[in-house]
Structure formats: structure tokens, C-alpha cells
Design a protein around this ligand. Structure first.
Ligand SMILES: Cc1ncc(COP(=O)(O)O)c(C=O)c1O
Length: 356
């Protein structure tokens, strides 16, 4: 039998989560954020599954937008980091992409271009990563209006702390955007966290990402409590079972030493598949429906799990996250976020899509 390591993607759950984003911001359009290969879920499968529902998509770069267009996706596509050079501006015009503009050079590249292009001015409302300050925005808008190819101008910004709804910095960023209200331009501000926690930020367009993939965007809140359904289940199986005696060690660096006679299951997944090497001892793994703790170090191809108190046999399925085991819980145990766990799966993992 082939190595069983696989990610099962439930496209039905994905659509439900997208619809939850839509209904939570019922007066706004919603562009599904599918950058980074749809957060590791497979961009064309995800985009196709959403294409009858979504108002559009958002990706990080023109290259990702080209992949969508070549894959037959003809809905609006917003490019969050905008063009990286002049040639990408031409591609955006040719493929009818919506470009974010966050620095002067990107405006210069649009000079002398013809056609029709929708642009989003990125406002730096406080994150200080990309964008123009509020004071610069009116001049940027008038520069863009002077470009023959620019057919529509809208504003967008991004929250730094939306995962903490009580953080005052969210209010500060909203105030920075409100200062631009006299410009009377449509604007977009909300990621998943703001969609669920800040109705005042919904405005004209929302940009749901992680919530579509069934993970919680809010610190301290569980996805299930937010009515989000898990989309990815990462699975493998038990390829060896053995007993180690009290005092014996398991794996690299002898990182686990048995304090009593212990039954160890070896599961065929490791950091070569994207299962994080940073997973702490005790990180849960569900084997044959029972929660069991990871022990020892994560290897490239294998992990070791203490199954002393479970009924486990060779070949049993092991769930690393997804059905029956929240990805947020696993992420916490690896000192990271669901976003990173999803994105770092490697090509060795086979993907299976349900509910096309
Ligand atoms: C500009 C922008 N908008 C929206 C999103 C979606 O965020 P989330 O996945 O937290 O919903 C992201 C993701 O990083 C982003 O960079």
C-alpha cells in the first residue's frame, strides 16, 4: 500500500464558510482571499468550488492572478501587493485584474498605458507595512485620476490587530480611514477577524481568508463556536507499533524517555510533509478516534505517539488536524497559527477533494 499521508479537502465546508462570511457582511461584496495556493488548499480547486458564489478573489501577486485566469476563473481578481514591475501592469490590463497601488513607482508604471484598470489605493492606517499615509492619499488619487487607463479608484487598508477585537488599535485604524470619508470613495478594510467582530468595518468589500478554511480568526475563540466548519483534514496512518520499556528513549536526541513501559505508534508524517518540527511533546494526534500525545522529536518522515492508553493497531488512521481535532489547538501546541500549518504542507502530501 502507498504512503497514506493525505490532506482531505471538504469543498462543501469551504462554501459554507464563505457563505458565513457573506452573510456576516450582508451589505458588502466579498472577495475570497486565495493567495499562497489558497492557504495551501489548492488554488484552482478552491476557486472553482467558490466561483458560483464568490463576488471575486484576492491574491498576493500578479503571478497568482495569472494562474487563476489561465485556470478559467473570470471573476474579479484583486492583487493585494499590486504590480512588481511595469510589465505586470500591462498583464493586469490585459487580464482585467484589480491592482492595489501602495507606492509611487506603481503609479508611474501606469503612465501612457491604455485600457481600463480598477485600482485600490492602499492606505497605511497604522500597520506601517504597505501603503500611503492618509495625508498622501488625496494627491495619490488625483495622480491616478490623471492616468488614462485608470477607470475606478477605491481605498483599502488592513488591520494589524483584528484578531483581538478589544484592542484599541482597531479603533485607531478605523479613525484613520474615517478621515478620508470626504473623498467619498468606496473602501475595503475587513479580513476574517473584522468580518466577524467589526460590522462598522465591513464597508463596500470584505476580504475573508482564514475563516473560509475553517480556522478561527479570533484569539481565544474556537472555530466551532463561530460556526466555522473544518475544511482540511490532514491524515496518515500507523506504520509501526512497539513497546519501549521504562527508561528507554525514542527518536532523535533521545528527546523522549519512557517513565514506564509505553506503547509507541509510528505515524508516517513528518516535517518533510509540512508537519511542524516545532510540535511540542503532548501535541494531540487522533488515532482510531482516540486523542494520544506526540512524544519525542518530529522527524522528516515520521512522528512517534504514545498510544499506551488507546486501542491502536497497525494501519489505523491518524488525524493530525481537521475532523475531530481543531487545527487551532494543534497550531497553539506548535507555537504558531493555523495559517502557517496550512501553508507549509509540502508536495509530498496527496490532496483529495470532496464535495466538488
Ligand atoms: C490584505 C489582506 N486582506 C485580507 C487578508 C485575509 O486575512 P484573513 O486570512 O485573516 O481573513 C489578508 C491575509 O493575510 C491580507 O493580507
Amino acid at each position: 500500500m502507498a504512503r497514506a499521508t493525505q490532506a482531505i479537502i471538504n469543498l462543501h465546508a469551504l462554501r459554507e464558510n464563505y457563505q458565513l462570511a457573506q452573510s456576516s457582511a450582508a451589505n458588502s461584496r466579498a472577495y475570497a482571499v486565495v493567495k499562497a495556493n489558497a492557504y495551501g488548499h489548492g488554488v484552482l480547486q478552491v476557486a472553482n468550488a467558490l466561483s458560483a458564489l464568490a463576488d471575486g478573489f484576492a491574491v498576493a501577486c500578479v503571478e497568482e492572478a495569472v494562474e487563476l485566469r489561465q485556470g478559467g476563473i473570470f471573476l474579479p481578481i484583486m492583487v493585494l501587493e499590486g504590480a512588481m514591475d511595469e510589465q505586470e501592469c500591462q498583464i493586469a490590463l490585459d487580464l482585467d485584474l484589480e491592482l492595489v497601488v501602495h507606492q509611487q513607482q506603481q503609479i508611474q508604471w501606469l503612465k501612457d498605458k491604455t485600457g481600463t484598470l480598477k485600482v485600490w489605493i492602499k492606505v497605511d492606517s497604522g500597520m506601517h507595512r504597505l501603503g500611503f499615509s492618509g495625508q498622501q492619499v488625496p494627491a495619490v488619487a488625483s495622480d491616478l485620476r490623471a492616468m488614462e487607463c485608470v477607470s475606478q479608484i477605491q481605498l483599502m487598508s488592513h488591520f494589524a490587530c483584528a484578531d483581538e477585537p478589544d484592542n484599541d488599535f482597531n479603533d485607531y485604524q478605523m479613525q484613520q480611514m474615517q478621515i478620508l470619508a470626504p473623498m467619498n470613495l468606496p473602501w475595503s478594510m475587513s479580513n476574517s477577524a473584522a468580518i466577524l467582530s467589526r460590522p462598522d468595518a465591513h464597508r463596500d468589500l470584505v476580504r475573508p481568508g482564514i475563516m473560509m478554511f475553517g480556522a478561527s480568526p479570533l484569539l481565544g475563540r474556537e472555530a466551532a463556536d463561530l460556526q466555522l466548519a473544518h475544511v482540511m483534514t490532514l491524515q496518515s496512518n500507523v506504520i509501526a507499533l512497539h513497546q519501549v520499556m521504562n527508561g528507554e528513549s525514542v527518536g532523535y536526541g533521545q528527546a523522549f524517555v519512557a517513565k514506564q513501559d509505553t506503547i509507541i505508534a509510528v505515524v508516517a508524517i513528518g516535517y518533510g510533509d509540512g508537519y511542524p518540527r516545532a510540535a511540542q511533546p503532548g501535541t494531540p494526534v487522533v488515532i482510531a478516534g482516540q486523542r494520544c500525545p506526540l512524544v519525542g522529536r518530529v522527524s522528516m518522515d515520521m512522528i512517534t505517539v504514545d498510544v499506551t492508553h488507546a486501542q491502536v493497531k497497525l494501519g489505523d488512521a491518524a488525524t493530525l488536524w481537521g475532523m475531530g481535532l481543531s487545527v487551532d489547538e494543534v497550531a497553539k501546541s506548535c507555537n504558531t497559527l493555523s495559517y502557517e500549518l496550512f501553508c507549509q504542507l509540502t508536495q509530498r502530501v496527496k490532496f483529495q477533494y470532496l464535495g466538488r
